[in-house]
Design a protein. Structure first.
Length: 80
């Protein structure tokens, strides 16, 4: 999978170099990473642990899973 960490979270990438297959610094200060994971569910959970500090770039299946899980989680906190 490919993820993009926002500039404010770039330190997460540099602090944990063994997690990533590859990294790429972007001109805006964000960092793109490639990560290999055992399955999409694990990767979705891992990605969501970074909240709004990371965006999934690919694969499309992971983008959809993270979006759906985030929506379900947000729905849990709607006021009644």
């Amino acid at each position: 999978a490919r993820l993009r960490f926002i500039p404010e979270a770039a330190y997460i990438v540099t602090s944990n170099p063994s997690l990533w297959e590859s990294t790429q610094d972007n001109s805006d200060g964000s960092v793109d990473v490639t990560i290999v994971a055992p399955d999409l569910q694990w990767l979705a959970s891992f990605t969501l642990s970074f909240a709004n500090w990371v965006k999934v770039l690919e694969p499309p299946e992971l983008i959809a899973m993270v979006r759906d899980w985030a929506q379900v989680t947000a729905d849990l906190y709607k006021t009644q």
